[in-house]
Structures are given as structure tokens and as C-alpha cells.
Design a protein around this ligand. Structure first.
Ligand code: GDP
Length: 370
């Protein structure tokens, strides 16, 4: 595009190159004279929001401006990648504005988990990260679990404030907003969504009329580059995002063994100990167990074939493995979390564990969640 064109809906600069960013319009639509971005088009004609993204730094600045006025904030996290999707800098930016934490994708957890236990764990975890939400909700946007409770809470507690919904990419923010629209439509038959700029910023937001003349506002998803989902190609992304209840896979390891999670991660039990490794990851990722001494060779020979995902093609786009060392003390069960991929719960004898993932992806230890 030679001259700069702006979306007639939200005012974003129109662009035809990146579907995930503000102002995207397919070039075919642009050629026929349309001046409305795909996001505004979907909102206008289908009352549906589609995700757009923004880098965390850029977004935190915008959050800051949200914090300057009186608002209510809903932060959505992905229960399957809590660490990678928690915006721990939130309080610094939203100031004294109240916020609630909505943890999505509870449908992925085994049916036997106790909601109260997960909530308790979450509260402790987020408190340790300096977050003190007014309330925590466990929901599934896709299976419509728990949404009514969130809306009911907002109706009661939001006071005379707009409600801002914030979250990292792929947490299910669009799915959440779209369910909210459906529920609100059931209550007020005609809801008209609008797009606008947040005052003083370049942020394009979607406004959904809520109650008492106040809105629920969708914001761009924040990109966290330490998560797997931001590094992999589309085929691998599809394989690593779980879409069904995750079946924990239990491995009893007897020393000096390796588990490959496809070709995406390698977990080594170092030393001659006995441990249980319970793996929580998308069912479509195959786990391959081997002797540690053979692991290098297997990886060299079989990446993209026996060890997949990724496909051979998509493996080439990933950075080389970097090693992360952990000490399991044997006292309490722990999870080793690979951001955006899953986690392994470890118990048994004290041991050292090495985890290999593409450089740049975050790996860390936490108290066991389940
Ligand atoms: P956004 O980037 O935060 O707007 O996320 P989307 O709403 O586009 O969802 C990202 C991915 O998570 C998609 O593959 C959705 O199908 C999936 N997803 C969203 N909500 C849920 C949920 O409640 N459960 C499960 N299992 N998947 C979900």
C-alpha cells in the first residue's frame, strides 16, 4: 500500500500483511474499495470478536492509561499455561482499580480435580507473584462453564465502571468475550458492538454494552515470547494446544532415563533414582522414553519423525535446545513447567533433572498443581 489508509471502524492503519495485528484487511477486500478492517467487519456483521495481538511492553503502557481512570479489570489466564499467561506487572499498571482473575480451560483438567483446591493453589500462587485479585473464577469459555457466575459477579461488583478484559494471546479471551456477548444477548436482545480507540492511545478496543450504560471492553492479546505457542509453526501449534481433557501419562523411571515430548522437549532423570514422572500435555504429542545415553543420537536421527511434533519443516524454524537444571529434593511433589507446552509432576527420591527446550522458552519449578 503506498498511501496510508485507515479503518473506518476503529481508525487503525489498514495493512494486508499480518492477520494477527490491528488493521488487517485481506488484499482482495482492499482492492474492491473496502476500508474496514477484518476485525471491525466481523464485529459489524457477525457480532463476533477475533483476536489481535500486541507486544507486552507496548500493552503495559496502555494498561497504565486504563489505570489512570476508574475501571474494573478482568484478567484471563490459561490454566494450562498459568505461568506463561499471568501478567504479573498488572497491579503496577492498573493502580487501585479492582480486578478479578478468570482462569480458563478448566475442561482440560481431569474430571477428578477439586475446583476449590485449584482455586486455593491459584490464590497462593498469584499472591506470591504480587497479584491480589478480588475473586478467582475457574471457567471454560469453550464449554460454557462458569461464565454466568463471572457476569453475575461483575453486575454486582463493578459499580459505575467499564470492565476491561485483558490477557495473553491464546488464553481464550475472544472465546470468553464471544460467550459473554451470547449471554448478554439472551438478556437484552439487541446488542450492538462498536470499536473505538482508547483515549490518548493507539489501542483499538471493542466495546460491548453491558449494564447501566457501561461497557465490557476487549483489548488486544499480549504476546509473551517465552511461551512455546509464540515460536512454533501452525501445524505444531495445533498439536500442542490441548483440545480435550488431558490424560496424565505416568512414567516410573528407574534412573538415567529420558522422556522426549515429541521433538519439542527432552526431560532427563540424572542419577540412579526411582521417580514417578506424570506428564500433562496435549494428547497428540507422543512421548518417547529412552536410556539417557542414547538420547542425543535418537534426537539427531529421529527429530520430526519418531519425535514429533514438530514436523521436519517446522523443526527447522525452532531455535536449538538449551539446557535447564533442576534439583528435586524429594520433600514435596513438584511440577516442572514448560511454558505453553505442559508440565511434568515429579515425586520419589531426590534427583537432578535436566530439561532441554528450544532456547528462549521458559522452564521452571512450582509446587504441584494437581
Ligand atoms: P485469544 O487469543 O485469547 O483470543 O484466544 P482464542 O479465544 O482465540 O482461543 C485460543 C485457543 O484456545 C483456541 O484454540 C480455542 O479453541 C482454545 N480455547 C479457548 N477457550 C477454551 C476453553 O475453554 N477450553 C479449551 N479446551 N480450549 C479453549
Amino acid at each position: 500500500m503506498s498511501e496510508m489508509l485507515y479503518c473506518e471502524g476503529c481508525g487503525a492503519i489498514l495493512q494486508t500483511t499480518d492477520q494477527t495485528k490491528a488493521g488487517f484487511i485481506p488484499s482482495s477486500a482492499l482492492e474492491t474499495g473496502n476500508r474496514i478492517c477484518q476485525r471491525c467487519f466481523r464485529i459489524k456483521h457477525y457480532n463476533e470478536v477475533i483476536p489481535i495481538q500486541m507486544d507486552e511492553d507496548e500493552f503495559l503502557e496502555i494498561l497504565h492509561s486504563i489505570g489512570q481512570t476508574d475501571n474494573f479489570v478482568v484478567q484471563i489466564v490459561d490454566l494450562f499455561d498459568i505461568d506463561g499467561t499471568l501478567i504479573s506487572g498488572l497491579p503496577r499498571f492498573i493502580g487501585h482499580n479492582p480486578f478479578i482473575l478468570v482462569a480458563n480451560k478448566i475442561d482440560l483438567f481431569p474430571k477428578s480435580v477439586k475446583y476449590e483446591k485449584i482455586k486455593h493453589w491459584l490464590r497462593k500462587y498469584v499472591n506470591e507473584h504480587g497479584l491480589f485479585p478480588e475473586e478467582i473464577f475457574l471457567i471454560s469459555a469453550e464449554k460454557n462453564i462458569g461464565l454466568k457466575e463471572v457476569i453475575h459477579y461483575l453486575e454486582k461488583e463493578k459499580g459505575n465502571r467499564d470492565v476491561f478484559v485483558v490477557g495473553a494471546t491464546n488464553v481464550g479471551k475472544s472465546s470468553f468475550i464471544n460467550q459473554v456477548i451470547q449471554i448478554l444477548k439472551g438478556k437484552q436482545s439487541h446488542i450492538e458492538l462498536t470499536t473505538s480507540r482508547y483515549p490518548g492511545t493507539t489501542l483499538n478496543v471493542v466495546r460491548i454494552p453491558f449494564i447501566d450504560g457501561k461497557d465490557i471492553i476487549d483489548t488486544p492479546g499480549i504476546v509473551n515470547h517465552k511461551r512455546f505457542s509464540e515460536w512454533v509453526g501452525p501445524k505444531t501449534l495445533k498439536a500442542i494446544l490441548p483440545n480435550k481433557t488431558v490424560k496424565p501419562k505416568v512414567y516410573q523411571l528407574a534412573g538415567e532415563q529420558t522422556l522426549f515430548w515429541g521433538g519439542l522437549a527432552r526431560i532427563d532423570q540424572v542419577g540412579k533414582t526411582r521417580n514417578n514422572f506424570v506428564c500433562y500435555l496435549a494428547n497428540g504429542i507422543s512421548i518417547h522414553r529412552t536410556k539417557r545415553e542414547n538420547a542425543d543420537e535418537i534426537y539427531q536421527k529421529h527429530l520430526g519423525e519418531l519425535l514429533k511434533p514438530p514436523t521436519i519443516e517446522e523443526a527447522k524454524q525452532l531455535p536449538p535446545f538449551a539446557k535447564h537444571d533442576f534439583r528435586f529434593t524429594g520433600r514435596n511433589k513438584v511440577d516442572i513447567v514448560i511454558s505453553g507446552l505442559g508440565w511434568v509432576a515429579v515425586d520419589g527420591e531426590p534427583t537432578n533433572i535436566e530439561v532441554y527446550v528450544p532456547k528462549g522458552i521458559s522452564v521452571h519449578l512450582r509446587d504441584a498443581l494437581i
